[in-house]
Design a protein around this ligand. Structure first.
Ligand code: FAD
Length: 454
């Protein structure tokens, strides 16, 4: 190592999913990393959190985990979901595969993944991990953090040379940046909240509904989804308006909740014995998109993960995008070594348009999931698209696959997806059934459209 590439002291605030992965990447570049996390060590809490909350992990996330050699360990506890299983109001099922055969997204436990990553962080030489450290204030001028030890209630001031703010959607590092000149910031809440509920495992410990699918109960203005856990249960999330005719505001008593669920989710209710308790004990949480820029202060501070770009969860990409931040930062560190200013600047310039695109895609997908997937014409369009993609694999990849099963920059995926949607709008009026795709006049139209594509 030349003097230019001597190890440096780096500081990470936030030991969530992205912060711990970032720690591993930075340490592998030979740096000494100090990581401060507000919560106590979740590994010592034991399996007490009753609720198991899970996330969908897809290709971008896997790629980032592979980069530090931990994908295999995670795969062992991940459940593949091959497609969406839609439940109608009579309990009827429709399955829609996510991609080609063999392509799946994976249900992983948030706490399990976080624990696994903290184990790896702790084993990594060069990383020092501190829990119960709540950052109260960041002084950008003096390059100092004020940390409150929540166990002892003692505050102290810790200097930093280079600070990575991975402290989530309500980032303390970002709030310091917000007070600097020409810092752009916006936060936008949906009129919807979400509540987590549980489908219990069958008495024999098996999965009472299809294990290898992401279940959706699409109901137009709202929906419920369910992802499988290893123990046979499912973690459900109800995405529901705060106000209006069917809304959190109108479900005030256990009887109202029960009657509502029996009316709109009749096949799920018998599998949710604790519905009434959970509905009133579990919080109603809000859904926000946060955009900001710049993410860097010279060569001193950089925001990553939700701290830089929090998105709504409907594409299952928030964590995947944060993990991909680590992949991209890693590539830039390989390219520019310790020229941190250049690394930070290229990171924010190249990444910002992509996370903005992902934020828009995530909002769009809510409508698709809660409403369009219940429409037979929409499902027919998806089948036709999949035929198109099979016939022209070099020219056509469905938008969902570009986002989920590729590492194409999100902004390119969005632009391609919009162009493809315009073509589908021209083709679909000529198509009434799946077989119509083979009709000569349809094939002629398809050929003409494809001739114009790069
Ligand atoms: P966080 O996970 O929020 O971690 C931030 C860490 O910083 C925390 O550990 C916190 O304790 C710590 N911290 C915060 N403030 C301070 C402070 N002042 N001092 C010290 N430490 C601090 N993404 C997917 O890819 N797939 C999904 O299926 C998916 N589903 C989701 C479902 C829901 C309902 C929601 C809300 C999100 C979902 N996401 C999903 C998004 C995903 O949860 C986030 O994108 C991801 O957790 C971001 O990771 P992060 O490390 O940047 O932030």
């Amino acid at each position: 190592t030349s003097a230019l590439n001597a190890p440096e002291m780096l500081t990470i605030l936030g030991g969530g999913l992205v912060g711990s992965l970032l720690g591993l990447y930075l340490a592998r570049h030979g740096h000494i990393v100090e990581l401060f996390e507000r919560r106590p060590d979740i590994r010592k809490a034991g399996p007490v959190e009753g609720r198991s909350i899970n996330l969908a992990l897809s290709d971008r996330g896997w790629r980032a985990l592979e980069g530090v050699g931990i994908a295999e360990a995670v795969r062992e506890v991940a459940i593949p979901m091959h497609g969406r299983m839609m439940h109608d109001t009579h309990g009827g099922l429709t399955f829609q595969p996510y991609g080609q055969a063999g392509q799946s997204i994976y249900s992983v436990s948030r706490a399990g993944l976080n624990r696994r990553m903290l184990d790896l962080v702790e084993q990594e030489p060069g990383i020092r991990l501190y829990f119960n450290q709540q950052c109260r204030r960041v002084d950008l001028k003096r390059q100092e953090l004020e940390l409150l030890d929540t166990a002892t209630q003692q505050s102290r001031v810790v200097p930093y040379q280079r600070l990575f703010g991975v402290d989530g959607a309500f980032s303390a590092v970002r709030s310091a940046l917000q007070r600097t000149d020409r810092f752009n910031y916006s936060q936008e809440f949906l009129d919807y909240g979400y509540k987590e509920l549980t489908i219990e495992a069958a008495p024999d410990g098996q999965w009472p509904i299809e294990k290898n699918a992401l279940h959706i109960w699409p109901r137009g203005q709202y929906m419920m989804i369910a992802l499988p856990n290893l123990d046979g249960s499912f973690n459900c999330t109800l995405f529901f308006p705060y106000e209006g005719p069917d809304s959190f505001a109108t479900l005030q008593t256990p009887e109202q909740v029960q009657a509502f669920f029996e009316r709109v989710f009749p096949d799920a209710v018998p599998l949710m014995p604790n519905l009434q308790t959970e509905f009133f004990e579990n919080p109603t949480s809000s859904l926000v998109t946060i955009r900001c820029f710049p993410w860097a202060v010279q060569d001193q501070v950089l925001l990553l993960g939700d701290a830089a770009h929090a998105i709504v969860p409907f594409y299952g990409q928030g964590m995947n995008a944060g993990f991909e931040d680590c992949t991209i930062l890693n590539e830039l560190l390989h390219r520019h070594g310790h020229n941190w200013e250049k690394v930070f600047q290229e990171f924010e310039d190249s990444r910002k348009p992509n996370t903005d695109a992902m934020a828009s895609l995530a909002v769009y997908n809510f409508q698709e999931m809660r409403d369009r997937v219940a429409d037979p014409r929409f499902l027919l369009q998806k089948k036709i698209e999949s035929k198109l993609s099979a016939q022209y694999p070099d020219k056509w990849l469905p938008l969902y696959s570009q986002v989920t099963f590729s590492s194409l920059p999100y902004a390119e995926a969005l632009a391609n997806g919009q162009a493809q949607e315009r073509i589908m709008q021209r083709l679909m009026p000529h198509i009434q059934t799946e077989d119509d795709f083979q009709r000569p006049e349809v094939q002629q139209l398809v050929a003409a459209e494809m001739a114009q594509r790069p």
